[in-house]
Design a protein around this ligand. Structure first.
Ligand code: ATP
Ligand code: ZN
Length: 311
């Protein structure tokens, strides 16, 4: 396992990826489509930048080229991305899973990004009573996601009328256009300010990376490099590096609490009879393990973020 700290980001990436490197003609750049302006734009660009890719972005640019990776970036409307990827205009794209499932294009989902999280939910006016999803029978539901909603209704044997509209879904019940809505929700504040309550979650979504189904071997290898970098970032985010001191007679019980990646590192301290233990712990287990370590006799515990982690 390597753990990389802040310094020499670009150089280190080149070094780590050495086994994957090969000659790439400039014509054979990987083409990625990301949202031009919207909720996924900044996070999509940040994801590429945190992979050590230098990107020049300018106002109203529709296309740009990375400086240090064979990558061309297209800035598009999110709804168009699955089709462009399916048609081969772009090789890969970043788009909400909700948009992907609503479009019937033939593309491959290759990675969940962890950002752009939201729910596609059914909501009804706050003053209406609601017991189970059978309460939706006979209602008129306004949505911009007719395909996903239809599948949900069919799977749950609900007979409701789908009313497809192109925007401002949340006002549909108050203007008498529909009895309920099916729309994207994250905090729920938009529903609240429109007098609605969320009653069913139809889909949990996040931004995903999609890929054209038939790419050259060269492009597949470039995607592999990119995914390798993303995996190491995601691994780093989900783990913490931990350093602590312990008396030698407590080492065994403390090490049992720290499985680490393979096993913890133990280094002798200048103080006789003491050692320093280094390991990696999962973010989710963090508080539970810290308390157990303290109780087992650990002292001077330091926990530091990991920038990149290659297993
Ligand atoms: P475009 O102009 O590119 O068509 P848009 O208005 O359709 O943009 P955005 O509102 O920017 O799209 O949302 C893009 C994606 O962000 C959504 O498809 C969804 O996956 C995700 N998202 C996360 N949270 C929310 C939310 N609260 N509301 C809507 N989308 C959300
Ligand atoms: Zn859109």
């Amino acid at each position: 396992m390597f753990i990389i700290n802040n310094y020499l980001n670009y150089i280190i990436w080149a070094y780590i990826c050495k086994p994957f490197l090969f000659e790439i003609s400039m014509e054979n750049k990987l083409k990625i489509a990301i949202q031009k302006s919207g909720r996924l734009s900044e996070d999509s660009l940040d994801l590429l930048k945190s992979c050590g890719i230098k990107i020049n972005t300018g106002l109203n640019k529709l296309k740009t080229t990375a400086e240090n990776f064979p990558l061309e970036i297209f800035f598009l409307r999110d709804d168009d991305i699955p089709k462009y990827v399916a048609d081969g205009v772009a090789d890969i794209g970043i788009v909400g899973e909700n948009v992907l499932l609503e479009n019937s294009n033939q593309v491959k989902l290759i990675k969940k990004t962890g950002f752009g999280k939201c729910r596609l939910s059914i909501a009804i006016p706050r003053d209406k009573t609601y017991k189970t999803n059978k309460s939706l029978n006979g209602l008129k539901i306004a949505t911009t996601y007719p395909i996903i909603l239809k599948k949900y209704l069919k799977a749950n044997r609900i007979k409701a009328d789908i009313h497809e509209i192109s925007g401002s879904v949340e006002i549909a019940p108050s203007i008498g256009l529909a009895d309920a809505i099916c729309d994207l929700v994250s905090s729920g504040s938009t529903l609240l300010s429109n007098g609605l309550k969320e009653v069913e979650v139809v889909l949990k979504s996040e931004a995903v990376i999609i890929q054209n189904k038939s790419l050259s071997k060269e492009k597949e290898q470039l995607i592999e490099q990119l995914i390798f970098r993303i995996d190491s970032l995601q691994g780093a985010k989900n783990n913490k590096y931990i350093l602590l001191n312990a008396p030698n007679n407590k080492l065994k019980s403390i090490c049992n609490l720290l499985p680490g990646m393979k096993s913890p590192t133990i280094l002798p301290l200048a103080k006789e009879g003491w050692s320093s233990i280094h390991s990696v712990i999962k973010e989710d287990d963090f508080w539970e393990i810290i308390m157990k370590l303290k109780n087992a006799g650990a002292q001077g515990i330091l926990v530091v973020p990991i920038e990149k982690m290659i297993i």
